[in-house]
Write a protein that binds this ligand. Structure first.
Ligand SMILES: [Zn+2]
Ligand SMILES: [Zn+2]
Length: 109
């Protein structure tokens, strides 16, 4: 992957001038993602997964992301949920185990 540098213009191609250091006008990263998906993957995420060699009969995307370290597994009580390493979302998810409806009846420690 090449190192990307902000150009001062929105990367989606809309022509908007944006703040120094930013790549996108607010929300345009989502628009660009959708545009790419429409052009290259039939506008479906499932097709995109398969086009990249993942999915049924291919590499397990979930496991591959964890293996590469771009995602981390929750791991509490064999929980297979994954998220961005060290993120607030993962901390919040793990905290939810404490007062979730765990059937084991094990007290949280
Ligand atoms: Zn834009
Ligand atoms: Zn979990």
């Amino acid at each position: 992957m090449t190192t990307l540098n902000p150009s001062g213009w929105c990367y989606c191609g809309c022509g908007s001038e944006i703040a120094p250091g930013a790549f996108f006008r607010q929300g345009h990263d989502k628009k660009a993602d959708a545009d790419l998906n429409a052009i290259h993957h039939g506008d479906t995420v499932a097709q995109r997964i398969v086009d990249r060699g993942y999915g049924p009969g291919g590499v397990n995307l979930h496991e591959r992301a964890i293996e590469l370290g771009v995602r981390e597994r929750c791991g509490i009580d064999d929980c297979n949920v994954s998220g961005v390493p060290g993120s607030y979302g993962m901390r919040r998810h793990r905290a939810s185990h404490q007062h979730g409806s765990a059937s084991s009846g094990r007290a949280s420690d």
